[in-house]
Design a protein around this ligand. Structure first.
Ligand code: FAD
Ligand code: NAP
Length: 533
């Protein structure tokens, strides 16, 4: 609801935010809102052909905004999986169905005659299943005016400490993908029967999602769109106590109020009280958000841990140093070792953690590393000279999504060089943080930069002839039709278009209806493709 309202507000704001916009009276776009083009006309009367790489929120909000803001924009969206929506389908927790309402907007976007979904097609990187299609990025660059990279953050960050590959150490990204039916992690099969305790390293909202999955009543989860294999495993789980461990304190924690409150309110689940010395002495003087958070943490759960069937704690000021193997099996996790930390300034939200020589161990055969997702460059980036900032895990850009690299000018100063027609949006643009609403804002800002550039005759796009600064190109580009001709024989038959996704969607809903769920996801790409015959 909030997101839908946010989208309406955001699209409504277009009508007043830019004086240079051309308002086409009596013209409505496919979403039923008036069109406000910020571009005066197409260049040389040709449509604007945009390739969007990735069909998560960044990709869909980019497509929506481009078709609303750039006259005669044609958007082709490439998606590695046969199914759309990125982390909305494979990240958002199954017990948060309301968050997935944004899919309805994405459906409306896909209904535009100017939009083409090209699913089961990996761009620039080998498809990770045998029936997938791989398209070189170089081929995409030949057939569009512009490309927006919105392929998210499909890897995870690692701790780089001993024992990280022991059995029983899981990445939260894999675990989340597994319970949400992501084919890549369908075989994870976590063993939750070896002991009663679990450790989660990291105190962000993903850590809280993982904790909720471990603590929540399986019969509640059963009604959600959680993968069936996850229900079977969670029903057998012996975990009764979850430690969510952070290297800093409550004032620095990354989780947010709504999510911590939800965990606190789980029926028959108890919260172990926190050390109150970590709470500022006068919480009432704090700004509203941290004040509410501190109040919730101090109040605790309605069920005390002693009366609860399961319990959890927030273990602060602990930085992981090693995963320790079991004496009886050197490949199995037995405990996680942490260095105690102190804070540079305990109540400062920006305080950093300083490790001490004191260590503690938490005994548990299961540990989840939940310290953030990570993006990576596409393999062709280096050959094509497209810059990727490894430190921040983002495509180098000017903050508005224009792909940029630093270059030295004749007088030896550094300036930002431009990559004509290349843009980025979402987690690959700003790093793996932010919710769907902020990803939407971010995609909108990228498209607004593209629209400004398209309206500026001195800015060149892909496949335009002539020198920089001269007038506009002459070359016609044909988008997906051109790319398709360069595919190896028969590969285009494996491509899943929107009507194919709708068939998979209908089949999943039908399977779900039989067991009282909204949908029963296919967890293998072969099963998805089998629906299409
Ligand atoms: P993604 O959603 O990751 O989309 C990227 C897409 O690109 C994917 O579909 C991927 O398959 C595709 N792709 C990758 N590589 C290629 C390639 N080479 N070729 C073609 N396609 C490719 N936000 C909320 O507001 N509420 C929540 O409850 C919430 N829960 C979350 C839970 C988890 C576990 C996580 C990790 C995030 C959650 N978020 C939530 C945040 C939200 O999911 C992100 O803000 C958002 O999904 C980022 O969008 P994106 O499009 O940049 O990336
Ligand atoms: P996050 O919010 O960035 O949290 C990462 C956590 O890992 C932090 O507690 C961080 O601690 C810790 N960490 C990082 N490096 C570490 C290290 N080397 N050692 C120990 N701890 C380390 O990331 P996330 O939880 O993956 O979430 C990603 C984004 O998705 C966030 O914006 C989140 O809000 C969003 N999301 C939203 C929802 C929702 O709205 N319900 C659900 C899930 C995710 P420090 O702070 O000390 O670095």
């Amino acid at each position: 609801m909030l997101l839908a309202r946010s989208l309406r507000l955001a699209s409504g704001a277009c009508s007043t935010s830019s004086s240079s916009m051309i308002i086409l009276k009596n013209s409505r776009n496919f979403l039923g809102t008036p069109r406000y083009y910020s571009t005066p006309a197409t260049r040389n009367g040709r449509p604007f052909r945009l390739a969007v790489i990735g069909s998560g929120p960044a990709g869909f909000y980019t497509a929506y905004r481009a078709m609303s803001r750039i006259q005669d924009a044609r958007v082709d969206m490439y998606e590695a999986l046969p199914v759309p929506f990125g982390l909305v389908r494979f990240g958002v927790a199954p017990d948060h169905p309301e968050v997935k309402n944004c899919q309805e907007k994405f459906e409306e976007v896909a209904a535009s005659p100017n939009f083409t979904f090209i699913g089961n097609v990996s761009v620039g990187t080998t498809s990770n299943h045998p029936d997938g299609v791989t398209v070189p990025l170089a081929s995409i660059l030949r057939h569009y005016n512009a490309v927006v990279f919105s392929y998210g953050a499909p890897k995870d960050r690692t701790l780089g400490i001993p024992g990280e590959s022991l059995t029983g150490v899981y990445s939260a990204r894999e675990f989340v993908g597994w319970y949400n039916g992501l084919p890549e992690h369908a075989d994870l099969d976590p063993d939750l029967t070896r002991g009663e305790e679990a450790v989660i390293i990291g105190q962000g909202n993903v850590a809280l999602d993982v904790a909720r999955m471990l603590l929540e009543d399986v019969d509640v989860l059963r009604k959600s769109d959680i993968a069936e294999h996850a229900i079977e495993t969670l029903a057998k789980s012996k975990i009764k106590r979850v430690h969510i461990v952070g290297r800093r304190g409550p004032m620095q924690a990354a989780f947010t109020i709504k999510e911590i409150r939800e965990l606190m309110r789980l029926p028959r689940v108890g919260f172990h009280p926190i050390d109150t010395s970590l709470i500022p002495p006068d919480p009432k003087s704090l700004p509203r958000a941290p004040r509410r958070l501190m109040e919730i943490l101090m109040k605790g759960s309605p069920t005390p841990p002693s009366d609860a069937s399961k319990s959890w704690s927030l273990d602060f000021l602990l930085s992981p140093t090693a995963f320790l193997p079991s004496p009886s099996s050197s490949s199995q996790l037995a405990a996680t070792q942490f260095a105690k930390t102190t804070l540079s300034s305990p109540f400062d939200p920006q305080a950093y953690a300083l490790p001490t020589s004191d260590t503690v161990e938490i005994t548990s055969p299961v540990a989840f590393r939940s310290i953030g997702y990570r993006s990576a460059p596409l393999p062709e980036f280096s050959a094509l000279g497209i810059p990727f900032n490894e430190r921040h895990g983002v495509i180098s850009n000017d903050g508005r999504g224009r792909v940029r690299h630093e270059e030295r000018t004749r007088d030896a100063a550094m300036e930002l060089g431009r990559f004509n027609g290349l843009y980025c949006a979402g987690w690959v643009k700003r790093g793996p943080t932010g919710v769907i609403a902020s990803t939407m804002e971010d995609a909108f800002s990228t498209v607004d930069a593209i629209a400004e550039d398209w309206a500026d005759p001195t800015v060149r796009f892909l496949n335009e002839e002539g020198e920089q600064g001269s007038s506009i190109g002459k070359q016609e580009v044909s988008g997906w039709e051109g790319v398709k001709k360069e595919l190896p024989g028969g590969a285009d038959k494996k491509v899943v278009h929107w009507d194919g996704w709708k068939k998979i969607d209908a089949a999943e809903r039908e399977r779900g209806a039989k067991v009282g769920k909204e949908r029963e996801k296919f967890t293998r790409t072969a099963e998805m493709l089998a629906v299409l015959g």
